[in-house]
Design a protein around this ligand. Sequence first.
Ligand SMILES: O=C[C@H](O)COP(=O)(O)O
Length: 245
Amino acid sequence: MSPPMQPLIVGNWKMNGLVAALGELWGMSQARPETEIWIAPPFTLIDRAVSLAAGRIAIGGQDCHHSTSGAHTGCISAAMLADSGAKFVITGHSERRTDNHETDAQVRAKTIAARAAGLTVIVCVGETEAQRDAGAHESTVTEQLDASLPDDLTDIIIAYEPVWAIGTGRTPTPEDVAAMHAHIRANLVARFGEAGQGARILYGGSVKPENAALLLGQPNVGGALVGGASLIATSLLAIAAAASA
Ligand SMILES: O=C[C@H](O)COP(=O)(O)O
């Protein structure tokens, strides 16, 4: 059963966006679509993005350190994000898990730290192509959920992103999306009860205006985590429109 909740579209700009890109954010903020839109720009733009979005779009970080402060050159704490006006942060994105060798335990620590700083946290899970081909996609996601999530789901959103669908133009079939989201829902309900029933589960991986209605129309899909298509206002707004149709 899908929770009765408005869809949420989160744009993850990844390592894209100079100051000029804020024009796209401005376009998104002026449209005021029915669907809620959040944007995670690079750290360098958060402060300006918060001012520009003026509360119409929530601005967030793409990662945070698990410590509040300290000798961690190049890192950003959740407290710093919150201090800059960020409302949420993404943890456990597969690009962090791969590029920075982040473990589930580290993702969990970051998630707990982010919540302590007052941020909503989008925790990412998803299998590689080899894991899916081996029939281990559900067990992989189960392991990630079990070890990455804190002891309660307050202010936690799950994003299911099959690694092989990120930036490739490939997506799972609608049936496969529905099956994995049902699997995640069952895991959350078994562990967290009522809170698991109400938690938002986003789908991410090559979401475009053309496929958004089909993918986001599946049971237990509460919105999307969008990469490439979130860099252009018209594109993200079309996805948002499809989500609320
Ligand atoms: O965080 C977003 C996801 O990694 C999806 O990226 P994509 O829409 O470019 O495939």
